[in-house]
Design a protein around this ligand. Structure first.
Ligand code: ADP
Ligand code: MG
Ligand code: MG
Length: 252
């Protein structure tokens, strides 16, 4: 059982001439096996939360704590966070020129586990995971994210997650730009990992659509750098009907 605790987290982003405060005290606790949907309007700071927890250098933590089973995540380097069991699927995955998917996955797995995976099992695992995500085997020899379609980028993120087996995954708008078929395949992938490993999930999304396929245990509305309201699934249904206007006009 793993717990990710985010306590009163305050984060600024470095812009050219100044630092802008984005997160204004975020509290959130995610346990193994739980799925927390983080929903909110564009620009509310959802990606900033994901990047800050993952350790992106552009985001400066100015206050608060992030603990993984009591360990200080903010004191860890980016690699150490991954080794400790945190995984981030980015909203806009980056290209890695000259590195194939196959090599990338093996290098990531080796770095995170501290030893190279046994080749026979590994080949079988990669093949199985790719089949489950309905990916063409030829995909393994393409360069990471180079010329990938939106759907291919997202499948590749889930493929990484499936093979790396993190404890807590942060999925940032994994649903954006996916058609219904790709959304189902990607959601099945997330659910498969949850069932297999008891993964805890922070599922960041602007829309309720993905929540039909990945059942959230908790829903948090994120507005202006804070959690404005938390609830169960019914809160997502309410957002579907009402949108975010109620929160924006209330000036939360
Ligand atoms: P969301 O993911 O909810 O759409 P973001 O975390 O991407 O929100 O952005 C929150 C706010 O922080 C926005 O006003 C955005 O312009 C600003 N911001 C985020 N990242 C950067 C950055 N690297 N440089 C400048 N401003 C940023
Ligand atoms: Mg956005
Ligand atoms: Mg975002």
């Amino acid at each position: 059982m793993t717990t990710l605790e985010i306590k009163n987290l305050q984060v600024s982003v470095e812009t050219e001439d100044s630092a802008k405060e984005i997160l204004k005290g975020v509290d959130l606790t995610i346990n193994s096996g739980e799925t927390h949907a983080i929903m909110g309007p564009n620009g509310s700071g959802k990606s900033t939360l994901a990047y800050a927890v993952a350790g992106h250098p552009k985001y400066t933590v100015t206050g608060g704590q992030v603990l993984l089973d009591g360990e200080d995540v903010l004191a860890m380097g980016v690699d150490e966070r991954a080794q400790a069991g945190l995984f981030l699927a980015m909203q806009y995955p980056v290209e890695v020129p000259g590195v194939t998917v196959s090599n990338f996955l093996r290098t990531a797995k080796t770095s995170i586990d501290g030893e190279a995976p046994k080749l026979r099992h590994w080949v079988k695992d990669v093949k199985g995971a790719m089949e489950a995500l309905r990916m063409d085997p030829a995909f393994a020899e393409r360069n990471v994210n180079e010329g990938f379609s939106g759907g291919e980028k997202k499948r590749h993120e889930i493929l990484q997650m499936e093979l790396i087996e993190p404890k807590i995954a942060i999925l940032d708008e994994t649903d954006s730009g996916l058609d219904v078929d790709a959304l189902k395949v990607v959601s099945e992938g997330v659910n498969r990992v949850k069932d297999k490993t008891g993964l805890g999930v922070m599922l960041i999304t602007h829309y309720t659509r993905i929540l039909r396929y990945i059942q959230p245990d908790y829903v948090h509305v994120f507005v202006n750098g804070r959690v404005a309201e938390s609830g169960g699934r019914d809160l997502a249904d309410r957002l579907e009907e009402e949108g975010y206007d109620r929160f924006l006009t209330a000036g939360v």
